[in-house]
Design a protein around this ligand. Structure first.
Ligand SMILES: Nc1ncnc2c1ncn2[C@@H]1O[C@H](COP(=O)(O)OP(=O)(O)OP(=O)(O)O)[C@@H](O)[C@H]1O
Length: 249
């Protein structure tokens, strides 16, 4: 089996008497989508925050591509290629899709960006930008201003910009939220392809999307992983059905 890209061992975090992360161990392997599911308040967001460095664990280790990263700050972890969500805050509404992605490509390649330079004529920037626009399913929309995009298209622009940063792993916190039926289907198809680019740790409440996408699922309840396995294993697990899927198993 290939080495995990991300490996979490014995992670613990408590807020006062409340243990939010209770001896959590999990990994993310190359090429996979590993879904993390669990009821509201189970500790999913807090776990993601510890992985990206926004919350400091009380104990445990986090390794990324073999390197222990739990002492690094958020920016250093991002530089190693740990991409949190598609919540790219830097979309410029008055810029076109292409201009926004070109900016992301320029930023990632360490280009010193000057607004007066004819960057849109620099093929070293526009070619990768157009490639990422295609990967994100936005072909034909490159000349549209970001402000005019629909919610789903904006999400795709965020994906294109995230891809420009050449991430080594994606941590996605509820990407399906607010997408609607058609948008959700399109995003599912895009995420499905994305796993070959970089593996995805997916926190998602939309179980149709999780069951359609996940190679593995881990179930978090009260800060503890109560089960981990394939979609079929998790669907058949009586404890999961009782404590999360809300069934009388
Ligand atoms: N900074 C904090 N201080 C105190 N308690 C916190 C803090 N952050 C989170 N918690 C508590 O930790 C628990 C887990 O919260 P978290 O947001 O990680 O859950 P979640 O599984 O992501 O929930 P949801 O699915 O609703 O987003 C909750 O009970 C929450 O109130």
């Amino acid at each position: 089996m290939s080495e995990p890209v991300l490996q979490i061992q014995g992670l613990r975090k408590a807020y006062g008497a409340l243990t939010v992360t209770d001896d959590v161990s999990l990994d993310l392997r190359p090429g996979e989508i590993h879904a993390l599911i669990g009821p509201n308040g189970a500790g999913k967001s807090t776990l993601i925050k510890q992985i990206v460095g926004e919350v400091r664990p009380d104990a445990g280790t986090i390794r990324f591509e073999g390197q222990q990263i739990d002492r690094l700050d958020t920016a250093a972890r991002a530089r190693l290629g740990l991409a949190r969500s598609f919540q790219v805050s830097s979309i410029i509404p008055d810029f076109t899709v292409l201009q926004n992605v070109v900016l992301a490509v320029a930023g990632a390649s360490g280009h010193v960006f000057r607004f007066h330079l004819p960057v849109l004529r620099d093929r070293n920037l526009t070619e990768p930008a157009m490639f990422h626009i295609g990967q994100a399913g936005l072909q034909g929309r490159q000349q549209t201003r970001a402000a005019e995009l629909s919610h789903g298209e904006r999400r795709k622009l965020e994906i294109a910009m995230a891809l420009a940063l050449r991430p080594r792993a994606f941590l996605l916190d509820e990407p399906m939220a607010g997408m609607g039926l058609e948008g959700g289907k399109q995003l599912t198809a895009i995420l499905s392809d994305l796993r070959t680019e970089a593996p995805i740790l997916l926190v998602e409440h939309d179980m149709d999307a999780v069951f359609a996408l996940a190679d593995r699922i881990s179930v978090l309840v009260y800060g503890k992983i109560i089960a981990s396995g394939s979609v079929a294993e998790i669907r058949a697990n009586p404890q999961v059905r009782r404590s999360y899927l809300g069934e009388d198993a």
